[in-house]
Write a protein that binds this ligand. Structure first.
Ligand code: NAD
Length: 474
């Protein structure tokens, strides 16, 4: 039995915690990890450890804290192959996608360390603004980017002088434990960075009640992001949430169709559709709808589902049986409500893949705005294509969505493209680039039901994980 919690620099578990086993999603018969989930007592220990170490950590010089974190980045780089293998083993995504996750984290971490080294004091004439630490940060993370979402939050908060409790996803414990073995090697002082592996619904309300958390940064579903907001209630905890989306691409008549198709296919089906900014809906102008549909079917047909470690695979499995069932029921319900399945639409049952959580890359058409699928985040390898009269019609459909995470438009007329991105209600908008495209300096935060508070990414990480002190001098 593995110990999956790291508190005060010691590996531990709750002897009374619920036992669990993780299987490889590419072959559910292979068990890869067994442990006991953390319970409330263990989460209090983590909170105590983080609180106790704060006084010491915040008083360590900035450049020393930054040096600990550069050491972490160097170790990530050194262990990138092993980490990527673990992500693929546990999450199912392609090995190359896992490697890209590590590379993106290294890039983002380096950006944060450089930015924070130079921007924690701002001079305003003789006066100044200082960005000061707030206390202990609770970082709640999902399974789809099990390394990147932890590091996106952890690196800036520690650099600023806060301590941290990471409540990692209960679906990727092997990955978070492997990451924390590397964190252990960095040699942070005890209590500065702690890991809990358990159910958020059991642990988080208890931790919030302790009144010992200064900031909470959450990435996950909209439903749970809102639950945490309700749990915080009137407590003066800084909170930010990166939540779900139904990211939309608008294809205009004059777009470069080959570019649009290749980016839509790689974005919709990367990580088997389990990417928060991946594309779920494609709105296509009438005139090119039939040609687009034909080309899209042919491109998606070329995908080759398989084990993420197999170089020939171009799409891996879903992470779990529950994601597989959720995807399948969303597709079946859409069909019942009148949608047309123009490609895929069922679990893959071939001899070599039948024990994995593989689902056929799926395209749905004939979607009406009264169907659940119209504005639903499926989080699987399923896309919907919808015919629109013109760009205005497309923007209206998009802006009716409860979500507002990411959007892309493909076309040639620069003026029209600029007008469109100005009108759409999403936190991320792209012109002739995929919905997943991102620069590490820019915020990754949705609007409406997709995001809340100040981004914990880009240069806004500083603002979220700090409190300001204004100093006036005569
Ligand atoms: P999830 O909401 O089920 O879980 C996320 C985390 O929250 C986990 O650590 C979980 O234990 C915890 N949690 C669950 N219930 C909780 C509760 N009641 N109180 C407190 N914590 C709770 O999400 P998931 O299935 O792990 O991840 C997929 C979702 O995450 C998708 O909706 C996806 O769009 C979203 N996501 C968003 C972004 C973004 O940047 N906007 C990035 C990645 C993933």
């Amino acid at each position: 039995m593995n110990k999956s919690n790291f508190i005060n620099n010691k590996w531990c578990h709750s002897p009374t915690g619920k036992p669990f086993q993780k299987v490889n999603p590419a072959n559910s018969k292979v068990i890869i990890f067994s442990s006991l989930y953390a319970n409330a007592d263990l989460s209090f220990e983590a909170v105590e450890a983080a609180n106790k170490s704060w006084a010491m950590w915040k008083n360590i010089k900035l450049n020393e804290r930054i040096e600990y974190l550069y050491r972490l980045i160097r170790l990530l780089d050194k262990n990138r192959t092993q980490l990527a293998e673990i992500i693929t083993l546990e999450n199912g995504k392609l090995f190359n996608e896992s490697l890209q996750e590590i590379s993106a984290s290294i890039l983002e971490g380096n950006y944060q360390l450089e930015f924070l080294t130079n921007n924690l004091i701002e001079k305003v004439g003789d006066h100044e603004i200082r960005y000061e630490p707030t206390g202990s940060s609770l970082l709640i993370t999902p399974w789809n980017f099990p390394i990147a979402t932890i590091l996106r939050k952890l690196i800036p908060t520690l650099a600023l002088g806060n301590t941290a409790i990471v409540k990692a996803s209960e679906n990727t414990p092997l990955t978070s434990v492997t990451l924390f073995k590397i964190i252990e090697e960095v040699g942070f002082p005890p209590g500065v960075v702690n890991l809990l592996n358990g159910f958020g619904s059991e642990l988080i309300p208890q931790i919030i009640k302790s009144n010992k958390i200064a900031t909470i940064s959450f990435t996950g579903s909209t439903k749970n992001g809102k639950k945490i907001f309700r749990n915080i209630g009137g407590k003066l905890i800084k909170y930010q949430a990166e939540m779900g989306g139904n990211n939309t691409v608008l294809i205009l008549n004059d777009s470069n169709l080959d570019l649009a198709i290749s980016s839509v296919v790689s974005n919709s089906f990367a990580c088997c559709g389990q990417w928060c900014t991946g594309t779920g809906r494609i709105l296509v102008e009438e005139k090119i709808f039939t040609t687009f549909k034909k080309k899209l079917i042919s491109a998606v047909n070329n995908l080759n589902p398989g084990n993420g470690m197999d170089k020939k695979s171009t799409i891996g499995p879903l992470i779990s049986e529950s994601q597989l069932l959720k995807t399948n029921s969303a597709v079946k319900l859409a069909k019942k409500n009148g949608a047309e399945i123009i490609l895929g639409g069922k679990r893959i049952n071939s001899e070599d893949l039948k024990y994995g959580y593989f689902y056929e890359p799926t395209i749905l058409s004939n979607i009406k705005d009264n169907m659940q699928i119209f504005d639903e985040e499926i989080f699987g390898p399923v896309i919907s294509i919808i015919k629109v009269k013109n760009a205005k019609d497309g923007i209206n459909i998009l802006n009716k969505s409860r979500y507002g995470l990411s959007f892309s438009v493909y076309g040639k007329n620069r003026k029209i493209l600029e007008e469109i991105v100005t009108k759409v209600e999403t936190g991320l908008s792209h012109i002739n680039l995929p919905t997943t495209y991102r620069d590490v300096a820019l915020p990754l935060l949705g609007w409406k039901d997709s995001g809340y508070g100040i981004a914990e990414s880009g240069r806004f990480a500083r603002d979220f994980f700090s409190r300001t002190k204004a100093i006036y001098r005569n």
